[in-house]
Write a protein of this length. Structure first.
Length: 247
């Protein structure tokens, strides 16, 4: 049901166990971290084809956020490695739901979303300052909405729906290191049955010690789901910041 959390947590635990067992190997490194992503959210979110499709009008997640959790992990040995990333948000949208202006109705939309990805990568270029990796894996989505549409003294609609799906993904990552400063850029695209997704991310990193790293940047994620007459076409874009620890 909550496939993104299962993917993220199970893989992170597996990576962590492998890192602990191989700690004596100087070529193997393991890094885990957390971050905060504050995107705007825009687009139709129609999970139930028998109900009206609520459309988010470029609403800020910071204005509507009720709960969140983000995590990332990476295991590396030589030219090969694995990446895990997961995000969970609970967002309550009200005035950011678009309705025809002539309708005297009050919308209330609560959305819970999980996005998790597991990737393997291979380093195709390793230079003095920059590395380039090719990546491939799977990205999972879980969405749940509770939508209420109220008129004068009555609730016209009170409905909920949820769905989940997977996309196979391919992409690339480039990272440069200049002293304590690092630059990372990555992009990927994914496809499934009547679903698709793509994302781009750019980060600036700073190593405050041999273990701790700060990071900040920008992330754009787009995903669609037309399966079963659904109408999901969401853009999430905005800044992120966080930290990670190298074991």
């Amino acid at each position: 049901m909550r496939i993104a959390v299962v993917l993220g947590c199970a893989s992170a635990l597996a990576l962590g166990a492998a890192a602990v067992e191989a700690r004596a190997d100087d070529d193997l490194t393991f890094r885990m971290g957390t971050y905060v992503w504050l995107p705007t959210v825009e687009g139709p979110l129609g999970l139930n084809p028998d109900r009206p499709t609520p459309t988010l009008g470029d609403g800020s997640i910071l204005d509507n956020l009720q709960f969140f959790g983000f995590g990332v992990a990476e295991l590396n040995k030589g030219r090969v490695g694995a990446l895990v990333d997961f995000a969970y948000v609970d967002i309550g949208f009200g005035d950011d739901v678009e309705l025809p202006p002539q309708l005297p109705l009050k919308p209330d939309l609560d959305t819970k979303a999980m996005v998790g990805s597991v990737n393997a990568y291979y380093r195709v270029f390793e230079g003095e300052k920059w590395n380039i990796d090719l990546t491939g894996g799977v990205r999972g989505f879980w969405l749940k909405t509770d939508f209420k549409l109220s008129g004068p003294n009555t609730d016209l609609i009170d409905a909920s729906a949820d769905t989940n799906w997977y996309d196979g993904i391919i992409g690339a990552r480039a990272r440069g290191q200049y002293g304590k400063w690092g630059l990372t850029g990555k992009a990927d695209a994914g496809w499934g049955g009547d679903t698709s997704s793509w994302q781009g991310q750019a980060l600036v990193e700073y190593d405050i010690s041999s273990h701790w790293r700060l990071m900040g940047g920008y992330r754009y994620l787009h995903f669609e789901n037309d399966k079963g007459r659904r109408d999901v076409d969401i853009d999430m874009k905005g800044p992120l910041f966080g930290f990670s620890y190298r074991f």
